[in-house]
Structures are given as C-alpha cells and as structure tokens.
Design a protein around this ligand. Structure first.
Ligand SMILES: N[C@@H](CCC(=O)N[C@@H](CS)C(=O)NCC(=O)O)C(=O)O
Length: 241
C-alpha cells in the first residue's frame, strides 16, 4: 500500500493522476496546509521541506523498510520506475522525460505558483503591479514553451504519454486565473484537451476535492492566522546538540 500525504492542489494532483493511471491501490493521508499539518514532527520526518505531497511506500522494490519520498518530481520518477510504466528507459526517450519533469519542477510550478499568489493579493497588501507583470510575463512565456514543444509532438516527451504530461497538466488547468488566453496557444490547447479527457486524469484531479474549506466560512482572525502561517515562513531552528 502507498500512503499519499496530500492536499488537493496542483502539486498533490500530479501524484494522484499517476496513481490513477497506474491503477495501484493508495491511501490518502490529508495534510491540511491551511491549518499547518505540514509542520508536525511526524510529517517533517518524511517531508523535511514542510510541503506536500509526499509518499510512503510500505512495499518498496526489493522489500525491507518502507521508503518515503518527498518532492512531486521525485515521487513521479519513483512510482513510474517501480511500475515500469509511463517512463521509457531507452536513454534518449528516458532523458526527454527527465528534462520535462525538471522543467516543470524548476519553472512551470514555481513561477505559476508565484503568479497566482500575487494575483490573489488584495489592495490592502499594497501595489503588486511589478510582481504581477514579472510573473505574468514569465507564465505567458512558459505557456509558449509548451505550445512550441507541442507544435510537432503529440506529448511533451514525444509520441508517448508519460509522467512529463501528468506532472505538467495540473498547473495548466487554471489558465484563466493565471491571465492566459488559451486561444493564443493552439498546440497547447489540443494537448490540454486530450490529457484532460483521460478518465484517470479526471479521477486524479478530483481526489478529495471536497475536503477544502471555503475561505469565506472562516472568521477574519482565522483567515489572518492562516495567511501568516502560509506566507510568512522563516527558518526553523535546528534541534539542540
Ligand atoms: N516542489 C514541491 C512543492 C510542493 C508545494 O509547494 N506544496 C505546497 C502546496 S501546493 C505546500 O505544501 N504548501 C505548504 C506551505 O506552503 O506551508 C513539490 O513539487 O512537491
């Protein structure tokens, strides 16, 4: 059995999409990031960066003690390698996939995340126009990278649907909220519609969708506490020697 430490965000959904595509059993362990579950000592043992997703595989390849993996890119590689699916191993094809997994982790995820963050801030947070332009332009550039890549290929790593597609898809779903006009990127749009129509992708995207709260249902004090918890994190002290 695989435990998926999860909250329904784009990074979490990458993993549930792959697990649904693989059809292997898994158990969702909610990490309520608004409440601060990501800071518990127990969670930090498997995810020292205090971020979800993370997995614990209780039946790792070769047996022995459970293996835990944090960082969604590492989780995708681990699960695809274990299952022997969605990651071709011929060296050229293998590194096509690795490059796009790294691209997603280093570019698309972080920049799209920052764009969303600055676009969501209210006027009480001050003038965000520089940040919105900086990250908005970068996200536009990244949709262009996808579009150009998909101009002459069906999938990101070539003819085959792989973890490179699964890891990139969830971050494209909110294109409207990111200030993107999908009609500008027709090769991307073709891929987006094809990937989004896959039943396993739809199931993976829907996992635990009902567990989030409507922020409007929280008191102003609780909303302020959660904002501080998520947006003002600083280093945790190392344990005493
Ligand atoms: N690079 C990490 C990013 C994970 C990440 O940012 N997770 C967010 C939710 S999407 C999180 O756990 N946030 C908790 C926090 O900010 O305290 C990955 O891809 O796994």
């Amino acid at each position: 059995m695989i435990d998926v430490h999860y909250w329904p965000t784009p990074n979490g959904k990458k993993v549930t999409i792959l697990l649904e595509e693989l059809g292997i059993p898994y158990r969702v362990v909610p990490v309520h990031i608004g409440r601060g579950d990501q800071f518990t000592d127990e969670f930090l043992k498997i995810s020292p960066n205090n971020r979800m997703p993370a997995i614990v595989d209780h039946e790792p390849p070769g047996g022995g003690a459970p293996i835990s993996v944090f960082e969604s890119g590492a989780i995708m590689l681990y699960l695809a390698e274990k299952a022997g699916r969605f990651w071709p191993q011929e060296p050229r094809a293998k590194y096509e996939v690795v490059q796009w997994v790294m691209w997603q982790m280093a570019n698309q995820g972080p920049k799209t995340g920052e764009n969303g963050h600055f676009r969501r801030l209210g006027p009480e947070q001050g003038d965000q126009s520089y940040a919105i332009r900086r990250f908005g332009d970068e996200v536009h550039r990244l949709y262009g990278v996808l579009n150009n890549r998909l101009y002459d290929r069906r999938y990101l790593a070539g003819d085959e649907y792989t973890i490179a597609d699964m890891i990139s898809y969830p971050w494209t779903v909110n294109w409207q909220g990111q200030g993107i006009d999908i009609e500008e990127f027709k090769y991307f749009k073709r891929w987006f519609e094809e990937v989004g129509a896959r039943p396993a992708v739809q199931r993976g995207m829907a996992v635990a969708a009902g567990i989030t709260e409507d922020p409007a249902s929280l008191s102003p004090e609780e909303q302020a506490r959660r904002r501080a918890l998520l947006y003002n994190q600083r280093a945790r002290p190392a344990p005493a020697a």
